[in-house]
Design a protein around this ligand. Structure first.
Ligand SMILES: [Zn+2]
Length: 200
């Protein structure tokens, strides 16, 4: 290892040690949470009481708003999240989670819930690319992902929320491994008021 590489590694280690991590304060909070038995109101089992699964976006505005606006408490529903609340392919992890929810956990209704001003709506690979290069992803690695792995489409946003809800509902309804008796309906939730609008 050359000297400047050693210095770089050393600096990274020092930086890691000196930077207080949010995770450390979360761990501290967690110890108090468990010690004070604050978990007691949340005790339930793994089977969703309302036999419901919700496929939605990871947006932080929805973290508490969505369950509250839908009247969902701990134990009521399986909530599956990703960027946008999308199903991108037939082996998408959202579909895998839904299959577990349906076959193993008794879910018989699915709500696809996208939301207003979603970050995944207008994202584009062209915006990701310079950030990736800046953060150390090698240009030849990116070129390979562009050429062989269709990274451009994979990281592209959906641009039309209503259409995206319809497409996602269709991807679930038409999935060959999803039983036909499962009810699947699509919605857009207002990211501020929590109001649901059904998309047909
Ligand atoms: Zn979103």
């Amino acid at each position: 290892m050359r000297i400047f590489e050693l210095v770089k590694v050393h600096n990274i280690i020092i930086k890691k040690r000196l930077t207080p991590h949010m995770i450390d304060s979360i761990l501290e909070y967690n110890r108090k949470f468990v010690d004070s038995k604050a978990y007691e109101p949340f005790i339930t089992d793994k089977y969703p009481e309302k036999k419901l699964a919700v496929l939605t976006c990871m947006d932080t505005r929805l973290t508490e708003l969505l369950p509250k606006a839908l009247g969902l408490r701990n134990g009521d529903a399986k909530i599956i999240k990703n960027a946008g609340g999308l199903v991108l392919s037939e082996k998408d992890s959202a579909i895998r989670s839904l299959l577990v929810a349906i076959y193993e956990l008794g879910v018989n209704e699915v709500m696809v819930v996208h939301h207003s001003t979603c970050g995944a709506c207008h994202m584009s690979y062209e915006e990701f690319k310079p950030h990736m290069l800046e953060r150390g992803v090698a240009p030849d690695v990116l070129a390979e992902w562009e050429e062989k792995k269709d990274v451009g489409n994979w990281l592209e946003g959906f641009h039309d929320t209503e259409n995206s809800v319809r497409k996602t509902v269709a991807a679930v309804v038409n999935h060959p491994l999803v039983p036909k008796d499962v009810v699947v309906r699509g919605f857009i939730i207002d990211s501020v008021t929590g109001e649901l609008t059904e998309i047909k």
